[in-house]
Write a protein that binds this ligand. Structure first.
Ligand code: ZN
Length: 146
């Protein structure tokens, strides 16, 4: 597995990756069959997306008999992590708390999920600063406006 930090995966490509992550190895036929109902994409669209993911090295392509097998080069966990870090990196650091609150509000969470979050937040609280510093370039957020 390679670290996916430099690999950007589009929304459409993500649909393909989910199929591969769920199956370990797949043929393009299996991806097409899996996404047939959900996405209503043409076969050629799916093949193009798979080709792009191979080019980006997100997928590994191997010849197996007369067909090609695809497997993931990047783990789902790491890719999701890098994606959520990317979201937080797109707003002022001072607003990270608000973004997380919105995510919590929108999420369907189990009792156990919530207990884990409470434990995590209580740990964070011990060393949390009173105020989060802004690390934006002046002019990219409201922090520097007097
Ligand atoms: Zn800022």
């Amino acid at each position: 597995m390679i670290i996916p930090t430099k690999i950007t995966i589009s929304e459409a490509e993500w649909e393909i990756m989910r199929v591969v992550w769920a199956h370990q190895t797949v043929t393009s036929r299996e991806v097409i069959d899996t996404l047939d109902n959900k996405m209503n994409w043409k076969q050629s669209t799916i093949k193009t997306l798979i080709g792009r993911l191979v080019e980006k090295k997100a997928l590994k392509k191997e010849k197996y008999g007369r067909k090609f097998l695809y497997s993931a080069n990047i783990s789902e966990n790491e890719t999701v992590r890098s994606f959520s870090e990317d979201i937080l990196g797109r707003v002022c650091q001072k607003d990270n708390g608000r973004v997380i609150q919105q995510l919590v509000e929108k999420s369907v969470l189990s009792q156990e999920d919530i207990e884990q979050l409470i434990i995590q937040l209580q740990d964070k609280l011990i060393n949390a600063p009173v105020e989060v510093p802004c690390e934006c370039a002046p002019g990219q957020c409201d922090c520097h406006v007097a």
